[in-house]
Design a protein around this ligand. Structure first.
Ligand SMILES: [Zn+2]
Length: 104
């Protein structure tokens, strides 16, 4: 398995010829933040942008949203609103009697 140096997609089989998805320009005018993103469509480009944008404070996961413009390689611009949602994950670890004794 290797990663495409251009679009960063993970390629599982070396025999298959990889074709990069289209490149989109996505930006947030308010904070002057722009990224070139490889994605199958505009929606995927916006969600990838939102993931990058949200890395520091995770405000999108707390109900905030961001308005961005997406530009295709043909120069067509569309506006999108992006937000996020964090899915809770629960874990269970069995505690054996011997471990309980050691803890005390
Ligand atoms: Zn690629």
């Amino acid at each position: 398995m290797h990663q495409c140096k251009i679009c960063e997609t993970w390629i599982y089989c070396d025999n298959l010829k990889h074709v990069c998805p289209p490149k989109w320009k996505v930006w947030d005018e308010e904070i002057d933040y722009e990224l070139d993103i490889y994605a199958i469509d505009e929606e995927e480009a916006v969600t990838k942008f939102a993931e990058e944008w949200d890395q520091d404070d995770h405000s999108l996961l707390q109900g905030d949203h961001v308005v961005v413009t997406v530009k295709s390689s043909e120069g067509v611009e569309t506006k999108w609103k992006a937000t996020g949602e964090a899915e809770p994950t629960y874990y269970a670890t069995k505690i054996f009697a011997t471990e309980t004794k050691e803890d005390k």
